[in-house]
Design a protein around this ligand. Structure first.
Ligand code: AMP
Length: 428
């Protein structure tokens, strides 16, 4: 399928051509026609699938269809993080560069005055994180009473970050008659509940990004003691002469510590996490993209929404305790058709996490031991037995459940998920 068959205007097609896109991605092929028809959408798509263009292009087209209503907020995109807000705002500006709409990006951590000044001049599209948006609504600088299209982007992450109440407050500010588009990488019970209350007769679209992303990525595991991970990672980066490496740690302190240790080992590094100011995060990311910094150490939430094309190496310094986060992390490599490598350093106490990840992906990730870094602690007692149980469960899953998301929802339900989101909030 080509972009010519999707019913987009010449102005939008020109912008797409300038971006150098040849064909629409899977999620774009599925979502664009339905959005153009005015349907509500429930889309299963994560970063890296082209999901932003999947909603931005048809939204711009719909706004263009009725250009008489200018400079009132006709589209609201709600996103979980500042980085994603900035990125989605840039996408609207770039796809809409031949149209005369104004996009405003609203998030905290930067001057509110500049945002107010822009709102006063009138805008058509607002991309916002919930906190700053509600602040501006309460101060009377923005009204959502004319919103025609509402996008909830990365809805799963929004809920994980505790934004449900804020989302409901924002929804209450909009007219009932509007088009709603919900994008989420995963579909837990909570997301489905939110979708039921938000969407009218939604068309469900789903790219199989996580499977395809994982197919493109060469995944491997190195088993090593926790206390020797920094030494090993330094060796791997030095020996391989790796540049542009994204390393994930579980905590922000861990990210800081690792970046400092790598710097000491003469590997230029920067850390990004929730405690860093917005300008520090933007600066670190820009330095990384330019190649001034070889390694970016990030926590899961801080890395959410980062657009770093063609990243060759992703390293999990620690495995995440939620297997879905592993999929998000490795989705940072092997993007847009390029192959990449995802390396995980796994200590004995993380073997259970590894098993959950393998179960979710329904693959066995090859594991190795590096000479001189042999783990001193063996696998947890009874590991072998549990492994066997796992494999039989895995087989059962594979045959019973071809639906990847259904698979994930089961694991995300209940206490465990709440516990993890608490952990995450504490960390960020
Ligand atoms: P997203 O999933 O929206 O974060 O997009 C991921 C990356 O894919 C971004 O760098 C986009 O510029 C790029 N992209 C989006 N659509 C296409 C397409 N049809 N062809 C090639 N690249 C694309």
């Amino acid at each position: 399928m080509s972009f010519n068959n999707l019913g987009l205007s010449p102005e939008l097609k020109q912008a797409i051509e300038n971006k150098g896109y040849s064909d629409p991605s899977e999620i774009q092929q599925q979502a664009i026609p339905s959005i153009l028809q005015g349907s509500d959408i429930m889309a299963g798509a994560q970063t890296g699938t082209g999901k932003t263009a999947a909603f931005a292009l048809p939204i711009l087209q719909r706004l263009q269809n009725d250009e008489t209503k200018r400079r009132r907020v006709r589209t609201l995109v709600l996103v979980p993080t500042r980085e994603l807000a900035s990125q989605v705002g840039d996408s609207f500006r770039s796809y809409g560069k031949n149209l005369r709409f104004r996009t405003s990006t609203l998030y905290g951590g930067v001057s509110i005055k500049t945002q107010i000044d822009k709102l006063k001049k009138g805008v058509d599209i607002v991309v916002a994180t919930p906190g700053r948006l509600l602040d501006l609504i309460n101060q009377g600088y923005i009204s959502l009473s004319q919103v025609e299209i509402f996008v909830l982007d990365e809805a799963d992450r929004m809920l994980d970050m505790g934004f449900l109440r804020d989302i409901r407050k924002v929804i209450a500010q909009m007219p009932d008659r509007r088009q709603n588009l919900l994008f989420s990488a995963t579909f837990s019970r909570e997301i489905k509940k939110l979708a039921n209350s938000l969407l009218n007769n939604p068309v469900t679209v789903e790219a199989a990004p996580e499977n395809s992303a994982t197919e493109l990525v060469n995944q491997r595991v190195i088993k090593v003691d926790q206390k020797r991970k920094t030494e090993l990672i330094t060796k791997i980066i030095w020996d391989g002469n790796w540049h542009q490496v994204l390393i994930f740690t579980r905590t922000k302190h861990g990210a800081n510590r690792l970046a400092q240790k790598l710097e000491k080992a003469k590997i230029t590094s920067a850390a990004i996490h929730g405690n860093k100011s917005q300008s520090a995060r933007t600066k670190a990311l820009a330095a990384f993209k330019k190649g001034d910094v070889s390694v970016l150490v990030a926590t899961d939430i801080a890395a959410r929404g980062l657009d770093i094309p063609l990243l060759p190496h992703v390293i999990n310094f620690e495995l995440p305790n939620m297997p879905e986060d592993y999929v998000h992390r490795i989705g940072r490599t092997g993007r847009a058709g390029a192959s990449g490598e995802a390396l995980s350093l796994v200590s004995a106490d993380e073997l259970a996490y590894l098993r959950s990840i393998e179960k979710l992906l329904n693959v066995s990730i090859p594991s190795e031991i590096v000479e001189g870094f042999e783990p001193t602690k063996g696998p947890v007692e009874g590991g072998k037995k549990r492994n066997n149980v796992n494999q039989s469960q895995q087989r059962k899953n594979a045959s019973n459940n071809r639906n990847y998301h259904r698979n994930k929802n089961r694991r995300r339900g209940g206490k465990d998920r709440n516990h993890n989101s608490q952990d995450r909030k504490r960390d960020e």
